[in-house]
Design a protein around this ligand. Structure first.
Ligand SMILES: [Zn+2]
Length: 424
């Protein structure tokens, strides 16, 4: 028996009574089929309604709704009261009401979820219609997920390669204009394809009969007209607003990331807060934020340049000091130098600078980082071999070649054992 879809006649119906037609079980959950329903099943890119089915304040949560052979199936599980309170805020009863064919139950949908879906879905309609009207772009893919919503715009044969950011901003503006105009959203059912094709459709029909067309605005100048079985608000104004966040190439088309309604507004609030915090940190308003940021970047670059020059001078001074020491008292093995003030990368640069003019073997040690960096001329002493054969077995991590090797230990005992080993 085909379920009567009350949401098709009145999308604002939030609760109603219905009779159970059949009950079955799936994965420990009950599947309830009713003679009529206000629950929209997942389909056409729109997710299903959630809510409750109840009998005398005993509730079942509707956790999924889908269509199967003209029937709408409600997957339900017993409602678990939160903080000792039931759905109505008073009764603590959970599920357990006996669901049997023939009995009357009360249905209630999660209206905030439904309205969110309606705003997003209708926002997507209008924007797709505007891409078509302004650039001839066709929406060939739609995703409405929990985290984001996308449409894939195909510009084949229009003379445009892709949707640029400026084109996206133009369509975004046109879409919001259509929202401000508070246009009627008209849903009409047609028995045949030829009847439905009298509508100013933006997309060819994929079915031949029982076609529902959603048109936003007049037939002469529609903001959108397309076959759709989803739920839509009665006027475009209820979409509230739309905002595009990103455009990117996708399989020869352009993927548009957008949000609509309360989600777009919430995101605007969140992002404005972020912008305000950054503005406060830079002592600017949001209007001169980019100038202040550019000035800050310049200052950072100047500091980096200054630091680079100072580091170069320091490397020269330290390298000369080490070369003097190595030349004054040559040894057959490694001579160690310990530095706590410099990081390992600085020591590596220092060693490489020394190696350019000095063939003696030496080790630069960063004790806090438990790192040893070894250098030699590679002829009599193979740094990489020492690290591999004496350092790695002690638990160190690193490697290198004949002239240079680096190893880091996880504790001081390991590093001291390594120093004893290469000193011998
Ligand atoms: Zn729709």
């Amino acid at each position: 028996m085909k379920t009567i879809r009350l949401y098709q006649k009145d999308v604002y119906l939030k609760s109603c009574t219905a009779n159970i037609v059949s009950i079955s079980e799936y994965g420990g959950k009950k599947i309830v089929v009713l003679d009529k329903t206000i629950f929209f099943p997942t389909g056409g890119g729109q997710s299903c309604d959630l809510g409750t089915i109840s009998i005398d304040n005993q509730y079942w949560d509707v956790v999924d709704v889908y269509e199967y052979n003209d029937e709408i199936c409600h997957l339900v599980e017993p409602h678990i009261p939160v903080d000792g309170k039931g759905i109505d805020g008073e009764h603590a009863d959970g599920g357990g009401a006996n669901l049997e064919p023939g009995i009357e139950v009360t249905l209630a949908i999660d209206w905030s979820r439904r309205f969110d879906n309606m705003q997003r879905h209708c926002g997507e309609h209008i924007m797709s219609g505007m891409f078509f009207r302004e650039y001839g772009g066709v929406n060939r893919g739609f995703h409405m997920g929990d985290d984001y919503m996308t449409i894939d715009i195909d510009l084949s044969g229009t003379g445009y390669d892709r949707v640029t950011w400026d084109m996206a901003k133009h369509v975004e503006f046109c879409t919001n204009v259509a929202i401000w105009e508070n246009l009627p959203v008209v849903t009409t059912h047609y028995g045949t394809r030829s009847e439905a094709e009298k509508e100013p459709l933006r997309k060819a029909l994929a079915i031949d009969k029982d076609i529902t067309i959603v048109r936003i605005g007049s037939a002469e100048n529609p903001s959108d007209a397309v076959a759709c079985c989803g739920t839509h608000p009665a006027t475009s104004g209820q979409v509230g607003m739309v905002k595009i966040y990103k455009v990117e190439p996708n399989k020869g088309m352009t993927r548009i990331y957008l949000e609509a309604g309360q989600r777009a507004f919430k995101r605007y609030q969140e992002e404005f807060d972020v912008l305000s915090s950054i503005s406060d940190k830079l002592s600017s308003g949001t209007n001169d934020l980019l100038d202040k940021y550019a000035a800050k970047e310049d200052k950072i670059q100047q500091s980096k340049d200054k630091l680079y020059n100072m580091e170069k001078k320091l490397l020269n001074l330290e390298s000369q000091s080490i070369i003097r020491s190595l030349t004054a008292s040559p040894s057959g093995g490694f001579t160690s130098f310990t530095y706590s003030d410099y990081d390992a990368d600085f020591l590596q640069s220092l060693g490489k600078l020394i190696s350019k003019t000095c063939s003696a073997a030496f080790v630069l040690i960063q004790p806090e980082l438990l790192t040893c960096i070894m250098f030699s001329d590679g002829k009599s002493i193979d740094c990489g071999k020492i690290v591999k054969e004496q350092g790695l077995p002690l638990g160190g991590k690193g490697g290198g070649g004949k002239n240079f090797a680096r190893i880091t230990f996880s504790n001081l005992d390991q590093m001291n054992a390594f120093k004893n080993a290469y000193d011998q």
